[in-house]
Design a protein around this ligand. Structure first.
Ligand SMILES: [Cu+2]
Length: 316
């Protein structure tokens, strides 16, 4: 009876764990690999947990009234069994983890002759460019500072603050560095995490599958503004991304070419605003006038009250 109940509880626990481990959506190749590894390791860990806990509970219950226990002196078969079993488990965990860590989206890209030069703004070491075969790859430079993030897109002058935009289904290389001291970029849904270090680039790679917006943030305590050091990580379709980048570039160019004319337009806006201001002032005058007469009315009311009080006194 007791054993049946225990078995039911163990099975229930296993099912709960299996449900909790179910990955929600395939956001990126990184997240996919990490979640799959997690599930694989869980399938190994749960039976071992049930076995060990089962033996423990069985032993406690069976020998609970044993007042003079004697330790097992020597049991070669038992020792060989648990040594071999442990070795098999460790080999399995090591092999499964290595298969995921060896993939460059998880274990970071490694420099090689088959890669093009990375597009970065500073003369720092550590950046790894895309492979020659990845002709549609996207490179972004992410600079951390106290307290925010600035992203530069593919060697253009286009930058975004506290916002990182990437396209789906293309290899994306993020060259991460810092302008002052240590920070860390983290986006859990996509399985991205890398340190931002001054004087050095750390390159991470991803291939995103789903469009959407996610929050990214700093996960290395860096000062009083650390908790505000977050931003929006936007995954767009390839076409949307190209269009957005083109628009940004055009806006940038227009600003660069006609800085003077842009300034004049702003001046006109300012004039319109000041005209609006005059109208408001006129309105203010009207209000004042109305307020004055209102005040007089109040004054009259006050006089009436005073009169009332006098009447009351008289009656008393
Ligand atoms: Cu921080």
């Amino acid at each position: 009876m007791r054993v049946t109940r225990l078995a039911t509880a163990a099975l229930g626990g296993f099912l709960l764990l299996a449900l909790a481990a179910d990955p929600v959506l395939a956001q990126s190749r990184n997240a996919n690999l990490i979640n799959d590894l997690n599930t694989t390791l869980l399938y190994a860990a749960v039976p071992i947990t049930i076995l060990v806990e089962g033996i423990l509970i069985y032993t406690v219950l069976k020998y609970r009234n044993n007042d003079e226990p004697t330790p097992t002196q020597e049991n070669r078969r038992l020792e060989i069994t648990w040594t071999v079993a442990t070795a098999i488990v460790l080999l399995f965990v090591g092999f499964a983890s290595y298969q995921v860590l060896a993939v460059e989206v998880v274990g970071d890209p490694v420099p090689g002759e088959d890669r093009i030069e990375p597009t970065v703004s500073e003369d720092f070491e550590g950046a790894v460019g895309p492979k020659e075969t990845e002709d549609n790859a996207v490179e972004l430079e992410v600079q951390a500072f106290t307290y925010g993030w600035e992203t530069t897109y593919e060697g253009t002058n286009v930058t975004t603050n506290n916002q990182i935009r990437i396209p789906t289904d293309r290899p994306v290389y993020l060259h991460i560095t810092s302008r002052d001291w240590l920070h860390m970029l983290h986006q859990p849904d996509l399985g991205l995490k890398q340190q931002a270090q001054p004087g050095q680039y750390n390159t991470i790679k991803t291939v995103a599958y789903e469009e959407g917006s996610h929050q990214f943030y700093c996960t290395e305590y860096c000062g009083v503004g650390h908790s505000q050091m977050n931003g929006e990580f936007i995954v767009m379709s390839g076409d949307d991304y190209d269009q957005w980048l083109q628009e940004q570039q055009q806006a940038e160019q227009q600003e660069g070419e006609g800085g003077g004319s842009g300034g004049q337009q702003n001046g006109t806006n300012d004039q319109q605003n000041s005209t609006g201001g005059t109208q408001n002032q006129t309105g203010g005058t009207q209000n004042e006038t109305a307020g004055g007469s209102g005040g007089q009315q109040n004054g009259t009311a006050g006089q009436q009250n005073a009169t009332g009080a006098q009447q009351n006194e008289t009656e008393a």
